[in-house]
Ligand binder design. Structure first.
Ligand code: ADP
Length: 392
């Protein structure tokens, strides 16, 4: 069965077409600048990468162009060869604890939840409607980034705020990157050869979160109501004293929108380093002795180890720590700095093994009390798996 895995942004469309259940990727690609002019796309097929410039005025046009490419490259004979389309949806709120087939009611709920994911959910709605137009006979599913975190106990998802904020406004911790945490947790359990495990999964990219996964289920995660909680990120502050916000609003006259921009786009590594939000630039800065970059990295690493320590205590131990996403997979220095801080827990890094980028590998020494892995994430295959299960 051919299953299309889709991750839509407001002006982008990332896709992979799978032959399921073999999980063979037939074609993959990214369409960019949809609806904003100068659009182009890149596709990968049979090890070849092709880039084309083409006007994509909306997501429906993008899907039509995609179909033409599939036919031209003889991946499909007709539209109907694509039996199911899986859509990544950022926020599933309190409604969804697993992937579902999309009907009108589901689409309304995804739309309603846009208030918690204003950049992501509306883009998914647009893409789902566009796909329906172009592939009227395909089954469509929604795979939620929050679903894996729905197993958190109430003491971990509730904030100590007026209770009516939770009951009336649904203010609670939802988490993010759930599909990625689930993928690497499953893979770590395969590597450990058992499922009764205590795992700490670190998805550290431009956005970053850490989860505590006990016996395959998420019991706690660092992101909150929105993806600006927990860790320090490229441009997001993560955890702060909540009262800073009214203080700054009163002192400066900043509006809620101004504050939102400051804490999401102008904070994090960018703010401390005063140089860049990208960890590669921070590493270059450290090599040149830049004090701001050195401080930014110290704060960044401290926040990660704070969460690892917290989840270690919560689970009363840990079998494995997993690193994934851009920085987790590729920043040798960040992994080294984090794991060296955990020596007190008996963690021992194998420096030679840690010399790896984007490859699955055990990076702890044989006598480390906790196994440490790099496991490249694969959210697309998780979307395809759930979609195949719902379609078959
Ligand atoms: P997103 O959250 O946008 O999906 P990614 O998971 O792709 O982000 O991670 C992107 C980040 O990964 C970049 O901002 C950069 O900081 C980091 N990164 C990528 N490659 C490297 C590398 N070779 N060394 C260190 N950091 C890297």
């Amino acid at each position: 069965m051919k299953v299309l895995s889709v991750n839509a942004g407001s002006s982008s469309l990332k896709f992979q077409l799978y032959e399921m259940p073999e999980e063979k990727v037939l074609i993959s690609g990214l369409m960019e600048r949809i609806g904003i002019g100068n659009s182009f796309y890149t596709i990968k097929i049979n090890g070849k990468k092709i880039k084309k410039e083409k006007e994509l005025d909306n997501h429906a046009t993008a899907f039509k162009v995609l179909v033409d490419e599939l036919k031209e490259n003889k991946v499909v004979d007709s539209l109907d060869d694509i039996k199911a389309i899986g859509n990544r949806v950022a926020q599933g709120g309190d409604y969804f604890d697993k992937s579902v087939v999309i009907d009108d009611d589901v689409l309304d709920k995804i739309n309603e939840l846009s208030c918690f994911a204003p950049l992501h959910n509306p883009a998914a709605v647009v893409a789902i409607k566009a796909a329906k137009q172009v592939f009227p006979n395909a089954l469509q599913t929604a795979v939620f980034d929050t679903a894996f975190h729905k197993t958190m106990p109430k003491e971990n998802y509730l904030y100590a705020l007026p209770y009516s904020w939770y009951t009336d406004y649904k203010v609670r911790r939802y988490g993010a990157h759930g599909t990625s945490h689930k993928y690497v947790a499953q893979r770590a359990n395969e590597l450990l050869g058992r499922n009764d495990t205590k795992l700490i999964t670190c998805h550290i990219g431009n956005g970053a979160s850490i989860s505590a996964v006990l016996n395959g289920k998420c019991i706690n995660t660092s992101m909150g109501l929105t993806p600006n909680a927990g860790l320090i990120m490229g441009t997001r502050c993560g955890d702060i004293d909540a009262s800073i916000i009214p203080y700054m609003m009163e002192k400066t006259g900043m509006s809620a929108k101004d504050i939102d921009k400051a804490i999401n786009k102008e904070s994090g590594l960018l703010a401390i380093s005063r140089k860049s939000s990208d960890s590669r630039d921070i590493e270059d800065g450290i090599a040149q002795g830049d004090e701001n970059c050195i401080l930014a990295q110290k704060m960044y690493v401290r926040r990660i180890t704070d969460y690892i320590a917290k989840y270690y205590v919560e689970m009363q131990g840990c079998d494995a720590i997993v690193f994934t996403a851009g920085i987790g997979e590729k920043s040798i220095d960040t992994r080294r700095d984090v794991l060296n801080e955990l020596k007190v827990l008996g963690v021992k890094l194998d420096n030679e093994a840690n010399n790896v980028k984007g490859e699955e590998r055990l990076i702890s020494a044989p006598d480390s009390t906790i196994k440490c892995y790099v496991i490249p994430t694969d959210e697309e295959v998780m979307i395809a798996r759930d979609t195949y299960e719902l379609a078959k």
